[in-house]
Design a protein around this ligand. Structure first.
Ligand SMILES: [Zn+2]
Length: 412
């Protein structure tokens, strides 16, 4: 029995019919539809000689034991946002199911290394506003105090909701033992952006997930009458903030990455007053930690310069940050090679959004992702789609990557 990518497409359609409605996918984590989705997934795996269990964080694992305990792990997430797309997360899992079938047949039930499939719990964080729950519990990065206090819109606490699906919140980090023998982690995902679409390419090798620096910058000037205050006597907080908006484009020209000033508020905020206080937010992202640090440093220097020139003061406040997670160089090469054997061309690109792969990478497991083109470049929406031929292509390419990774693990 060989790989059958058409079957993956058929199964994804079957899943859509079972768990979606006219508004899109409804597989929100820990809900009855999600539980039903898991049962369906188990059914799909039943014909294989795999051991199946749910770990301490509610992640689902299927294991095909090999001659070595060293494991190749392939994963994704069956949960979706409400009214979500039909491919985000489940394409990854269903491709892994098909590859498990191929490997099982090829090695007559006993591959040289262990092959594992994981369906991470609550990747989306749609209900509690905290994404990567299952994978961050498993990697050890989950902030227990923060997660313990999370509530959904109805006021239900995360620990209570977890109890309903048989998960003891205080023990979720015990799931970390699942990664003990993990020698590589592979994840296929729909791109969720327009990069491959604009290049007219079906597949891309993902270099890692962006690091993020998110800050609020406040300029402090002086309110003054807009008629009686000569231009040279003003302490205009908005003037300095406005100069920052030009400068952040120059900063990305020099360093790469992306920067956004996403909000701007002024006080007193009336038409007849010079702005006394202007608060802007800055979101900077880069795959390279040094470049990200340089971008932040340049923004801080620019802020000081514009404040001084405008005779105002500036203060910074960090809102959030995360380190870049560059994927494993050898696995990126294998991913690139697998794509080139399948499609006319490969392309390497960073991931703007975070994925479960960022957590396995952070836990020290050699990790790589493969992206497939997203039509419209849109995700978390019922219009999310990928051409059927590209879906088949990505299963084929991902299978080649799995084969290469298996041999890479065997050698190491
Ligand atoms: Zn996803």
């Amino acid at each position: 029995m060989s790989l059958n990518p058409k079957r993956t497409v058929a199964e994804l359609k079957e899943l859509r019919a079972l768990t979606g409605d006219e508004n899109g996918a409804q597989r929100v984590a820990f809900t009855p539809v999600w539980v039903r989705t898991r049962a369906w997934l188990r059914e799909k795996l039943r014909g294989l000689p795999v051991e199946m269990h749910t770990d301490a964080a509610g992640n689902f694992w299927a294991t095909l034991p090999g001659e070595s305990e060293k494991a190749l792990v392939m994963g994704g997430h069956m949960d979706s946002v409400p009214d979500g797309g039909w491919l985000d997360g489940c394409l990854n899992v269903m491709a892994a199911v098909e590859i498990l079938r191929r490997i099982n047949a090829q090695y007559h039930g006993k591959p040289p290394i262990t092959i594992r499939l994981v369906d991470w719990a609550d990747e989306e964080g749609a209900r509690f506003g905290k994404s990567l729950f299952g994978s961050s519990a498993c990697s050890g990065a989950l902030d227990m105090a923060e997660a313990r206090a999370l509530k959904d819109r109805q006021g239900l606490a995360l620990p209570d909701v977890l109890k309903q699906v048989g998960v003891d919140f205080e023990k979720v980090k015990d799931s970390g033992r699942e990664l003990k023998n993990a020698a590589a982690y592979l994840e296929l995902h729909i791109e969720q952006g327009p990069v491959l679409l604009d290049l007219d390419l079906p597949l891309g090798a993902v270099l890692g997930t962006f690091g993020v620096e998110r800050h609020a910058i406040t300029f402090h000037g002086q309110a003054a009458h807009s008629g009686s205050t000569p231009m040279n006597r003003r302490k205009d907080a908005f003037l300095a903030a406005g100069r920052m908006s030009q400068e952040i484009y120059a900063i990305t020209d020099r360093n790469g990455g992306v920067c956004t000033i996403g909000s701007c508020t002024t006080k007193p905020g009336i038409v007849t007053s010079v702005v006394e206080e202007c608060r802007i937010t800055l979101d900077q992202r880069h795959l390279d930690a040094k470049a990200l640090a340089r971008m932040l440093q340049e923004a801080k220097e620019a802020g000081e310069r514009f404040a001084k020139e405008g005779n105002v003061k500036v203060t910074w406040e960090r809102i959030w940050r995360i380190e870049p997670r560059p994927f494993h160089p050898a696995l990126i090469e294998l991913c690139d090679a697998a794509i080139k054997e399948t499609a006319p061309k490969s392309y390497r690109l960073p991931s703007g959004p975070l994925h479960d792969a960022a957590e396995t990478c952070g836990a020290g497991v050699p990790t790589v992702m493969m992206f497939v083109q997203s039509l419209h470049g849109i995700s978390h929406n019922k219009i999310e789609d990928t051409k059927e031929e590209h879906l088949e292509l990505c299963v084929t390419a991902f299978d080649k990557l799995a084969d290469k990774a298996l041999k890479w693990i065997q050698k190491s």
